[in-house]
Write a new protein. Sequence first.
Length: 214
Amino acid sequence: MTIKKHQNDNMEDKQSSESIEDKTKSVDPSRRRFTKSGLAASGVILTLASRPVLANAVCKSPSGFLSGNTSTHIVEMCFGNYPDYYANNPQAWYGTQYQPGTYNNQKENSNSIGNSSSTNNVDKWVGGTQFQEAFTGSRRFPGRSMMQVLWMGDPMGAHLCAALLNAALGLTPPLTEARIVDMCLEYETKGYFEPIAGVHWLEGDIIYYLQSLA
C-alpha cells in the first residue's frame, strides 16, 4: 500500500509539472520579445510571467534590466506611479521641484468640438513646469507643461514625465532625474536609446522599461 501511494504521488507531481510546462508554451511568442532592434537583440527574453516580478518589486537601471541578474547586487524596490496617477493627482507632485500648474475649469477649449475630455484637460491646465524646462535641451512639446503632456495622450512623453516625478520622489532608486533626461535627449537625437553598447531601445522598449518601474 505504501509503494502504491508513492507511485500516485509521483504521478501527480509529473502531471503538475507537465501542466505548468504546457501553460508556459501556450504564451504567444510575439509577446515574449521586444522589437528586433531593441531588447531582443540582447538575447534577453521576458515572458508575461516576469512582469509582476518587475512591477513594484525588483528595481533596475537600464543596463541591469538587460542583464536580469540581481544575485550579486543589493536588491532595491521600485514603487513608481503611472502617468495617469500624476495626471489625476496634482498633489502627488509635492515634494518635487516640478509644478503641476492650475486647473482652470472656466477656460474654454479653442478646439473643443469633437475633442475628448482628456484633450480638453490639456488646455485647461495653465502654468506649471514646462516640459522643455524639465528636459533641458529637448525640442519636444514646445509651450506645453509637464501636466499638459500627461494629458495629451503621447505615450512616450507621458511616461517620461511620470518617470521624472517618480525619480524626484525617490520611488525608483536606480533611475535618477539626470538619467531620465539623458534618455529623452538621446532618443530625440538618435532615434533610439542605448542602455549598453550595441543595444538600441526604440520608443516601445523605453516605455516598457519605464512601466516596469511602476
